[in-house]
Design a protein around this ligand. Structure first.
Ligand code: NAP
Length: 257
């Protein structure tokens, strides 16, 4: 893991990922760089990990400080060790029929894994993905399409999000807006994956805030047939998929079937 700067949320994510590695016996190394370090320093750390045969997965914790070119940095990660799945070659392969990415981005992969584990049929279903970011919405929509769903994508310029979402058998919400999806947006029996993690003020909570998703859980759980909770749900799945991608990588590097 390469962690640049001292964002508290990033430090927490990295700590959780390291703990998860320990719990399954994956060794993890962390390089911490200062907020004002140069892009070259980050690239140098990536290059060391690329060249080290004992490393099977490299993760650059995002977001990077604004003076850095994120694209440049993500491109530098060896595609064989890109366990986050953000390298453009991996995303390109994900988008093309008949091509296989070496790694699928962890959060969207976790969403699909949840649907599989709970025997939710995807083939032929109407799916709506709310959000089109490179790390969640866009790859989630590509994955659903690979699984033969008919997919609509909603973004900030979509005119009638409520109407479109109401047609969905499967909803993946990855917006970053607390409780945006209300009960009235949901078709009875729909399955909802809520990716959003949004802090909202709560004077009664020990830290003065609590985390909620992009979907109004209290309303949605009356109408949907299944919904993931926040916190819980997609968050821990993302970490599990990171471990899964790392194992896939180690097996591939060692030609282990
Ligand atoms: P992001 O990069 O900010 O993207 C948000 C997306 O939502 C954009 O595509 C944006 O549209 C769209 N959007 C914004 N406002 C909207 C509106 N009013 N109506 C419809 N669409 C709207 O966010 P992200 O990185 O994808 O993250 C989304 C959420 O998931 C955040 O809460 C984040 O904390 C959470 N997250 C959770 C995990 C996890 O492991 N559980 C992992 C990653 C992210 P435009 O493209 O038009 O701007």
């Amino acid at each position: 893991v390469i962690l640049v700067g001292d964002r508290k949320d990033s430090a927490t994510y990295v700590r959780n990922k390291k703990k998860a590695c320990e719990s399954v016996g994956i060794k993890s190394l962390e390089v911490r760089l200062a907020e004002d370090c140069s892009e070259e320093q980050v690239l140098k750390s990536i290059s060391c990990f690329n060249d080290d045969p004992s490393i099977h997965g490299i993760l650059v914790q995002l977001p990077l400080p604004s003076h850095m070119d994120e694209q440049n940095i993500l491109n530098a990660v060896s595609i064989e060790k890109d366990v986050d799945g953000f390298h453009p070659l991996n995303i390109g392969r994900l988008a093309m029929r008949g091509r296989e990415p070496l790694f699928v981005p962890c959060t969207p992969k976790g969403c699909i894994e949840l649907l599989h584990r709970y025997n939710v049929e995807i083939k032929g279903k109407r799916a709506v993905v709310i959000g089109r970011s490179n790390i969640v919405g866009m790859p989630a929509a590509l994955l659903l399409q690979r699984e033969d769903a008919t997919v609509s994508i909603i973004h900030s310029r979509t005119k009638n999000p409520e109407e479109i979402t109401r047609e969905a058998d499967i909803i993946i919400a990855a917006v970053g807006k607390p409780n945006m999806v209300r009960g009235s947006w949901i078709k009875p029996g729909a399955v909802i994956i809520d990716v959003g993690i949004n802090p909202v003020d709560d004077p009664n909570a020990p830290r003065g805030y609590r985390l909620v998703g992009d979907v109004c859980y209290e309303e949605a759980c009356q109408i949907a047939s299944a919904i993931t909770p926040v916190p819980g749900g997609v968050g821990p799945m993302t970490i599990a998929m990171l471990l899964s991608n790392t194992l896939i990588s180690a097996k591939r590097i060692h030609n282990f079937e």
